[in-house]
Write a new protein. Structure first.
Length: 81
């Protein structure tokens, strides 16, 4: 899955083999941030305006994020026959 949304010069992605709680990564040329659905943010140089736009999208799409995170981090991987 990976990228689930992109804005102007930034993107939101869900990564596999991740630790709980559910979170996404905001990535832009200036840096990256981990944004947890409980509101916690670990920011490494993402500009405040970019982070604000990303947070607005994240807040509106909790269900999509939960679904993507669960699929990417399922401990029982489906094997194609």
């Amino acid at each position: 899955m990976g990228k689930i949304h992109s804005g102007e010069n930034w993107l939101i992605r869900v990564q596999g083999n991740e630790h709980p709680p559910v979170h996404v990564h905001v990535i832009c040329p200036e840096g990256k941030a981990a944004v947890y659905l409980d509101g916690q943010i670990i920011n490494c140089n993402v500009p405040a305006s970019t982070l604000k736009h990303a947070q607005e999208w994240i807040m509106e799409h909790h269900d999509l994020i939960h679904e993507a995170w669960a699929w990417m981090n399922n401990p029982v991987k489906k094997v194609k026959p």
